[in-house]
Structure formats: structure tokens, C-alpha cells
Design a protein around this ligand. Structure first.
Ligand code: C2E
Ligand code: CA
Ligand code: CA
Ligand code: CA
Length: 269
């Protein structure tokens, strides 16, 4: 998808790709994988993050980095995101119906979805349709999503809080993020970006920043999750720093719903 071969416009425009992506949404070519999130102290699964994939008829499995940007540019992220939201709620309901202990299901929300005045009612509808209590749904947004139009974002977050879903700030500490979003917006949870976790525990600066982020979260009464945890040494650090939750290849890569339901039987990844 990054190459524009097979592009009939000859202008390098993603016209054909846009059409294909539209078909992906309407013709059932998207699917979700789920990555467990664990309690650092007990190793138990507390939640899962839903991550979208595209089963392309010719190219096979396409990762989200290769189509989410196009979806955002073209506005197709709105129907795509709605599909993800509904599918994640449907899956959460199905796990609960299997008698598995309920876990939070986190869904990524992009800027255009969050700016859609109907977004909160789409969320309420997805919960209702699947008879899912709002406390089991978490919405992940990045700082740039809320900072684009702070007033509008704040109003949206208040509607979502009234519904009762959890709100987390994703990729915290990546790129040019500042602390402004934390003081302005009512988040429940902070997800510390993989770039901060990567250099732990060898790098002194990384240790200082990660420790500061964890205690900042605690002071602000946000729960804190470390993303991209890959090693035992990182886990030792996070345990000592009292980071509550973690997610990463150390526990599990994103897996199919079937594989996740096997994990949920023991609540261990
Ligand atoms: P993200 O929200 O930061 O999701 C975490 C990404 O890190 C996932 O990549 C996951 O597979 C990967 N990851 C998890 N643990 C580790 C680890 O230990 N090491 C490393 N190196 N990577 C790890 P994935 O699934 O390719 O998704 C990439 C990005 O695509 C996501 O980043 C998110 O921004 C976006 N995305 C995925 N699904 C959706 C969706 O349904 N809607 C929207 N708007 N964006 C999505
Ligand atoms: Ca995320
Ligand atoms: Ca993230
Ligand atoms: Ca990321």
C-alpha cells in the first residue's frame, strides 16, 4: 500500500487505494486482534487493546501503519473507526457470554472520529446494541487529538464520561507531547509510550523520565500503563517504580479473539 503501483490515475494519488479501503470496510476484510494488558504486581490480565488489521484480497495481511494514515486523510477513518468500535463491543459481549471474567476493552480513536459531533451517540449505541456496560469500554486518544480543538474535545470528553466509558491518553511521552493535556482534560489513565520504556533500565535519562511520568500519573490520580514492555529487566523496573499495568511482547503480541479467550480462562497471558 505504501507503493502506488497499480494506480491507474498515474498521478501517484491513492484513488485506487481509497476505493480498496472503502471495500475493505464494507466487504468485511477488516478484523481485530487483541493484546492483553496485565497487572504488574500479579501478572493477571486486566484488559485488552483492540488493534485493527486488513486482510487484503491480493496482498494478504496489511498492518495498520499501512492504511490508517490513508483512512485519516480520506475521512474513511470515521466508518472504519465505527466498525472497530462495534466489533470490539461485540467481542467483549461474546467473551462475557462465554462466562469469562470481564476485562476492559480499549479502542483507539482518531482525531476525525473525536471531532464528529455524533461520536458520543455512536459509542452509546454500540454499548447498547451489545448490552455492554460502559465501564468495560475504554477509549484511547493521543494528546494531538485533544489539543487540536481543546474546547470541542473537552465537551466530547464530558459527554463520554457521562456515558461512563474510560478515557486514556495514548502514546504519552512520544514526539512533541507536553503536559498541557493532563491538566486540561479529564483522563482516567495514562499510557506511557514505548519510546520511554525501550531504553529502560540501562539508560539513566530514560529511568528519570519514566519514574517522573509514573509519579506524575499517581499524583494526578491517573492509572498508568507502560507500553511496549519486552524484557524482564523492564518489568523489574516497572514493579519497583509502582507502575500499575503493562502491555507488550513480554506478555503477548496481539492475538486472535480465540487465542485471547484461552488466555482469559486463566487470566494469564
Ligand atoms: P498503538 O495504539 O500505540 O498500539 C500499539 C502498537 O504497538 C501495536 O502495533 C502493537 O502491536 C505494538 N506493540 C505492542 N507491544 C509491543 C512491543 O512489546 N514491542 C513493539 N515493538 N511493539 C509492540 P499495531 O497493531 O501495528 O498498531 C500500530 C498503530 O496503529 C497503533 O499504535 C494505533 O495508533 C494504530 N491503530 C491500530 N488499530 C487502530 C484502530 O482501530 N483505530 C485507529 N484509529 N488506530 C489504530
Ligand atoms: Ca493505542
Ligand atoms: Ca500507544
Ligand atoms: Ca504508538
Amino acid at each position: 500500500l505504501q507503493h502506488h503501483d497499480g494506480d491507474s490515475s498515474g498521478l501517484g494519488m491513492p484513488r485506487g487505494e481509497q476505493e480498496e479501503l472503502h471495500q475493505a470496510i464494507t466487504c468485511d476484510q477488516l478484523f481485530l486482534e487483541y493484546q492483553p494488558q496485565v497487572d504488574v504486581a500479579t501478572g493477571r490480565i486486566t484488559g485488552v487493546e483492540a488493534l485493527v488489521r486488513w486482510n487484503h484480497p491480493a496482498k494478504g495481511r496489511v498492518p495498520p501503519v499501512n492504511f490508517i494514515p490513508l483512512a485519516e486523510e480520506t475521512g474513511l477513518i470515521v466508518p472504519l473507526g465505527l466498525w472497530v468500535l462495534n466489533e470490539a463491543c461485540r467481542q467483549a459481549r461474546s467473551w462475557q457470554d462465554m462466562g469469562l471474567a470481564p476485562v476492559t476493552v480499549a479502542v483507539n480513536v482518531s482525531a476525525k472520529q473525536f471531532a464528529d459531533p455524533d461520536f458520543a451517540s455512536h459509542v452509546a449505541e454500540a454499548l447498547e446494541r451489545n448490552r455492554l456496560q460502559s465501564r468495560w469500554l475504554e477509549l484511547e486518544v493521543t494528546e494531538s487529538v485533544v489539543m487540536q480543538n481543546a474546547e470541542r474535545a473537552l465537551a466530547m470528553m464530558e459527554q463520554l464520561r457521562a456515558i461512563g466509558v474510560r478515557l486514556s491518553i495514548d502514546d504519552f511521552g512520544s514526539g512533541y507531547s507536553s503536559l498541557a493535556a493532563l491538566k486540561t482534560f479529564p483522563f482516567d489513565r495514562l499510557k506511557m509510550d514505548r519510546s520511554l520504556v525501550e531504553a529502560l533500565p540501562g539508560d539513566k535519562t530514560a529511568v528519570a523520565i519514566a519514574s517522573a511520568v509514573i509519579s506524575l500519573a499517581q499524583t494526578l490520580k491517573l492509572s498508568v500503563l507502560a507500553e511496549g514492555v519486552e524484557t524482564d529487566a523492564q518489568m523489574d523496573f516497572l514493579r519497583h517504580a509502582h507502575c500499575e499495568e503493562a502491555q507488550g511482547y513480554h506478555f503477548s503480541k496481539p492475538v486472535s479473539p480465540e487465542e485471547l479467550s484461552r488466555m482469559l480462562q486463566t487470566r494469564l497471558p
